[in-house]
Design a protein around this ligand. Structure first.
Ligand code: PEP
Ligand code: MG
Length: 885
């Protein structure tokens, strides 16, 4: 059983041997804290390996494991002098999940396990606190029934709410032992009615049920969704931590809370946290009672009257602060600690690296370098590149006028506008039709995770900075305002009221998660910029990385943004995207639909000045840096006219009848346009198209030179090449036009000709292709599509099933698959063999994905190219890849 179950104590004397992949994050840190002598309640961790065995054994724990669990329980009994199921002094347990990385609120927890109709009496006796004992028992029945027996929680909550109404009280804390005793009877009836069984009284049955349920929660829908969003592999599994209970709900000398060693929202070096007197852990995060602050300073800042822990329990506060700082120093990272105070004794239930906003991640990393706690390399590794996306969120334009409806807590930064929705389903529906929504809930629960992902921002009327809504929104990078207690939400009527105003579902509001403001209507936002600590981190990243970062851009605006974000050139300018404008599309349609070369030339001559002017603008913005211009590569169907008016308009310009145009559309119809007449195949049939484009590029170059805009480095890229002959013909075409423009302008032109590698054949025959190409750019969107034979346009319909069935861990269109990766390696090697100066880059969507960037770095590519807003992400990811080598 050596790597299946670990007692916190057995690891005490040894240097920690078992990493997080076996003990889970929570288990590893509990063991480590135990070893270092922190006040951790006794317990043990059932490893992630058991999770694997559990699923292999048809979702059952085998007898050997059950036996070992009993042995571990005995050890706890000996350590603390209580007995599991005892009628004098019963041991109660908590059973919690603990995956390798923390997945807040996504899996299950059961507290107060070991209570039944008999042990509850013993607990009441020994603590001389009947109210506490019965309150704990009803909590246990509620949690166990929900988690293990799958009875919906509202069935119990409703009973409590109705009972409070009859009794005429508001708070759960107003209910006494007799009230809870009565409610327990009702709770057990619910179990009986729903499951046709008695609530389990055997504590061993309870324990095995709870452990199994935690393992099962690894495969719950919410955990699966969370894993998908955060790219967590499904085969990691979870560990389970079984610990003796300590109680924060025994009375006024008891409390429970969460505390961070630095402020998770802004990174300031100040303790930040929340707690509740006379409560159990879940009360703080569930948002059912609004918690109080830990420090006097934050209490005063928020103008709350309820006293902080610093004021109510000053001694505990000092002790907690000391532990918090020493844990931070030990782990060299900002810590998020859960604690409980039982009759004036402090217990630490968990420590982990605190989730933080991108802004605070950067501040903390820079501060810790200044404090000499970590190195610059460590600092760079601490920041999740994907999270930088959030810093690039727009913020409110404070100069515009707007009406602030309400104020809440600034739980997750960024500003967003959208239509009010009250359910996750509605948020998902609007998202599917490309409409922005703001999810408005009294509080969120793990069931809301899909809706939170689909919405642009989240607003809750209850809950603090560590509520579910706040933690999950921060993790997802969604702006969130939590605990906006002035708003009154009515789910039935689908409205929320604030002061005298009522806001209906579908009306637009704006959320400012950086200040906590809730605003009526849409507000203008402003573009972010890289400055301060962010700029510092980017500069550090630039020092470490070897990969160059380029951008995919075809408009002057995007090109400017990308350059401001640090792009070192354009890796892909999709020229077909330059034709989408209304005034150009007609000429493109004429070009595509024309039957004769003469008609086509006419249409092309109309497009030439547009192309040329666009290139002049883009070259000027990117001067001094390379610009890869890809010649036309549209699946033609994207450009064909569809509506009657569109067809009429093309037929007029082409002097054809509508019927003739429709007939031509029929002729051009392709069963499989993605594999059809696109890319260089188009230019094999109609070379005049690429000739016009090359002329536009070269004339733009001449124009720039004449205007003293020098150091323009165009790289002309041929798409969808699969054979040596194709690239040879295309290269000759490019050179022919270059010569023409050189002789017309008397200016010598400098440029490169290269190709995309986006078809498996091109990758396999890269040596031949490299004879005619000065660079390769891997088009991993098409390369993934053609390697798998999975249409990139239709894959979304079934890829989920592939992820569910563990065929794919991650969508291969998001992160480079290793089969596609092999083709890239083969092509790079063959390309280099033919031409050791060949430039290698990637321009598919993968160019902005940190995992794929790491692969590109290992494969020795020279650059990655991504969308403008991913450039800072790629700069950091490229540095991390280099540091990790
Ligand atoms: C690619 O296929 O990866 C690529 C960048 O080209 P496009 O997405 O335009 O087909
Ligand atoms: Mg492509």
């Amino acid at each position: 059983m050596s790597n299946l179950i670990f007692n916190f104590n057995s690891i005490k004397t040894k240097k920690l041997k078992y990493p997080k992949n076996i003990l889970g994050g929570k288990g590893a840190n509990l063991a480590e804290m135990g070893r270092l002598g922190y006040p951790v309640p006794s317990g043990f961790t059932i490893s992630t390996k058991v999770c694997e065995l559990f699923y292999q054994n048809k979702k059952n724990l085998n007898n050997k494991i059950k036996k070992n669990i009993n042995i571990e329980i005995k050890k706890i009994e000996n350590e603390i002098g209580k007995k599991f199921g005892d009628l004098q002094n019963p041991l109660l347990l908590s059973v919690r999940s603990g995956a390798r990385v923390s997945m807040p609120g996504m899996m299950d927890t059961i507290l107060n396990l070991g209570l039944n109709d008999q042990t509850v009496k013993a607990l009441a006796n020994i603590t001389k606190n009947k109210r506490f004992a019965y309150d704990s028992y009803r909590r246990f029945i509620q949690m166990y029934s929900n988690v293990v027996l799958n009875i919906e929680n509202y069935k119990f909550e409703e009973l409590i709410e109705n009972y409070k109404l009859t009794k005429g009280v508001l708070l759960d804390t107003d209910l006494d032992e007799n009230d809870w005793e009565g409610l327990i009877r009702d709770f057990k009836n619910v179990v009986n009615l729903e499951k046709k069984m008695e609530f389990p009284q055997d504590v061993n049955v309870q324990l095995i049920g709870a452990i199994s349920a935690v393992f099962l929660s690894w495969e719950s829908n919410r955990a699966k969704t969370y894993r998908k969003i955060n790219h967590i592999p499904s085969d990691w599994g979870t560990a389970v931590n079984v610990q003796s209970m300590v109680f924060g709900n025994m009375g006024k000398n008891c409390a429970t809370g969460v505390v961070f060693s630095r402020d998770p929202a802004n990174g300031n070096k100040e303790i930040y946290g929340e707690y509740l007197i006379n409560a159990q852990g879940e009360d703080v995060v569930a948002g059912t009672r609004t918690p109080q602050y830990i420090t006097k300073k934050s209490r005063k800042k928020s103008k709350l009257n309820e006293l902080s822990l610093e004021e109510t329990m000053p001694k505990i506060f000092r002790q907690l602060k000391k532990i918090l700082f020493s844990l931070e120093k030990y782990y060299k990272d900002m810590q998020d600690v859960e604690f409980t105070v039982e009759n004036n004794k402090l217990w630490i239930l968990q420590t982990r690296s605190g989730k933080r906003t991108a802004k605070s991640a950067i501040k903390i990393a820079v501060d810790m370098v200044n404090e000499k706690l970590i190195s610059k390399k460590d600092a760079l590794l601490r920041i999740d590149p994907n999270s930088l996306d959030n810093l690039l969120h727009p913020s409110l334009d404070e100069k515009s006028s707007f009406e602030v409806l309400a104020q809440g807590l600034p739980a997750s930064p960024g500003a967003a506008s959208g239509k009010v929705v009250f359910s996750s389903e509605e948020a998902e529906r609007l998202n599917s039709i490309m409409q922005d929504s703001i999810l408005v809930r009294i509080e969120t629960s793990p069931e809301d995770i899909n809706g939170m992902h689909a919405a642009k921002a989240i607003l809750t009327s209850r809950g603090g900075m560590t509520s579910h809504a706040a933690v999950v929104a921060r993790g997802m990078g969604r702006p969130c305002v939590s605990g906006s207690s002035e708003i009154e939400i009515d789910y039935e009527k689908k409205i929320f009221k604030i002061k005298n105003k009522s806001i209906k579902e579908g009306e637009t509001i704006t959320i400012d998660g950086s200040t906590g403001r809730v605003i009526f209507g849409e507000v203008k936002t402003i573009k972010p910029e890289i400055s301060g600590d962010f700029l510092k981190v980017m500069k550090w990243a630039d020092k470490f990385r070897k990969l160059k970062i380029r951008t995919n851009s075809e408009t002057p605006n995007d090109t400017k943004t990308a350059r401001e974000f640090g792009a070192e050139g354009i890796g892909l300018c999709r020229t077909e995207h330059m034709f989408f404008d209304e005034d150009r599309i007609l000429s493109v349609r004429e070009m595509i639909l024309s039957k004769s070369k003469a008609d086509r030339d006419k249409a092309l001559s109309k497009l030439l000045p547009y192309q040329k002017n666009d290139f002049i603008k883009i070259f000027t913005i990117m001067k001094g840096l390379p610009v890869t211009v890809r010649l036309l590569d549209p699946p033609l169907h994207e450009f064909l006219p569809k509506s009657k008016e569109e067809i009429l308009s093309v037929s007029k310009s082409l002097n054809l009848t509508s019927e003739e145009v429709e007939q031509r559309i029929q002729e051009l119809h392709e069963q499989n346009p993605m594999l059809g007449h696109r890319g260089c195949r188009l230019a094999i049939s109609f070379p005049e198209i690429y000739e016009m484009q090359c002329r536009a590029i070269f004339e733009a170059l001449v124009n720039c030179k004449k205007n003293k805009v020098n150091s323009i480095l165009p790289e002309i890229m041929i798409p969808l090449v699969s054979t040596e002959a194709e690239i040879k013909i295309m290269k000759d075409l490019v050179i022919k036009i270059a010569k023409q423009v050189e002789s017309e302008s008397k200016i010598k032109l400098k440029f490169l000709v290269g190709t995309m590698i986006e078809l498996p054949r091109a990758a396999l025959k890269a040596k031949d292709i490299a004879k005619h190409a000065e660079f390769f750019s891997f088009g991993t969107n098409d390369l993934t599509q053609t390697t798998f034979g999975i249409s990139r346009d239709d894959s979304a319909k079934f890829l989920n099933d592939y992820i569910e069935n563990k065929i794919f861990d991650i969508d291969p269109f998001v992160s480079i698959d290793d089969g596609v990766g092999s083709l890239i390696e083969i092509a790079s090697e063959k390309g280099r063999k033919q031409n050791n100066k060949i430039k290698l880059g990637i321009c598919g969507e993968h160019g902005g994905d940190p995992k794929s960037i790491s692969f590109c770095s290992k494969t020795g590519l020279h650059y990655v190219s991504c969308s403008p807003y991913r450039v800072p992400v790629a700069r950091l990811a490229a540095a991390q890849a280099e540091i990790k080598k």
